[in-house]
Design a protein around this ligand. Structure first.
Ligand SMILES: [Zn+2]
Length: 251
């Protein structure tokens, strides 16, 4: 697959390494969308990426696309499962066994109702890792530069009812007049909002929903989308502390 010149020798949107990009990367994997969505109208953000980041990200995309997206709530979820996921799992019998998807459904309580569910266990670290890549890519695409090197995306699952209080808790960073990004790619396949602090360009907050809000059940309860803030790396916080002799202003 040849990359156009536009994306060669540029700074990698993901690791920030200077002048090392060798390819262009769709920030959200094309395989997360149905082929019919990928026609006219679907504009997936593209960024320059180095080979190393590109490889690591596509491995994560392959894993998430074959596991998490089994729970798709997209209006065309059945088509997605039969056209996208089934062929992938047919080629990867090991993963198919691990996921245990051929076993009967388990009656699971969701919002107080027992429902037959095929629960699939997905590695949360891999989800978080992929979402960190995606947030770095969205940052690069929307704000036209890589995320500053002393900032890092911090991802967590959230419940819909927690979203308002999350926004309220960071409203001092992101006043109502700060411009909001709101995008829906592929009719709910990938929905996100983002906002940047007007005083510190590295501070951004994002909400991300995949495939019509896939129900997630973790140790800390249920969730169906993600919250991400870009914040100073632990090293940056420590450096600022020792430098100034006072705590880094995080609040
Ligand atoms: Zn890179």
């Amino acid at each position: 697959m040849g990359a156009s010149k536009q994306y060669k020798g540029k700074d990698c949107a993901y690791c920030g390494k200077l002048g090392c990009s060798s390819t262009n990367d769709h920030v959200i994997a094309r395989s997360f969308f149905l082929d019919t969505e990928r026609g006219v109208g679907l504009q997936i953000p593209k960024v320059a990426a180095c080979q190393r980041c590109n490889n690591e990200k596509s491995e994560l995309e392959g894993y998430i696309g074959s596991t998490l997206l089994i729970g798709s709530k997209h209006p065309e979820a059945n088509r997605y499962r039969s056209e996208k996921i089934r062929p992938r799992l047919d080629r990867n019998q090991k993963l198919r066994k691990e996921l245990n998807i051929d076993s009967p459904p388990v009656w699971t309580e969701i919002n107080g109702l027992l429902q037959p569910m095929h629960a699939v266990t997905v590695d949360v670290d891999k989800i978080n890792r992929l979402l960190q890549f995606i947030v770095r890519g969205l940052y690069r695409h929307h704000y036209h530069k890589p995320l500053p090197h002393d900032m890092t995306p911090d991802v967590s699952m959230i419940r819909p009812e927690a979203e308002a209080s999350m926004w309220a808790s960071v409203s001092h960073f992101f006043p109502p007049e700060a411009p909001r990004i709101n995008c829906d790619l592929g009719r709910g396949s990938f929905v996100y909002s983002g906002v940047q602090s007007p005083v510190n360009e590295g501070f951004t907050a994002w909400t991300i929903g995949l495939h019509g809000q896939i129900p997630l059940h973790g140790q800390d309860g249920s969730a169906d989308h993600w919250w991400c803030m870009t914040r100073p790396t632990p090293e940056a916080v420590a450096a600022a502390r020792s430098h100034a002799g006072r705590p880094y202003e995080e609040k």
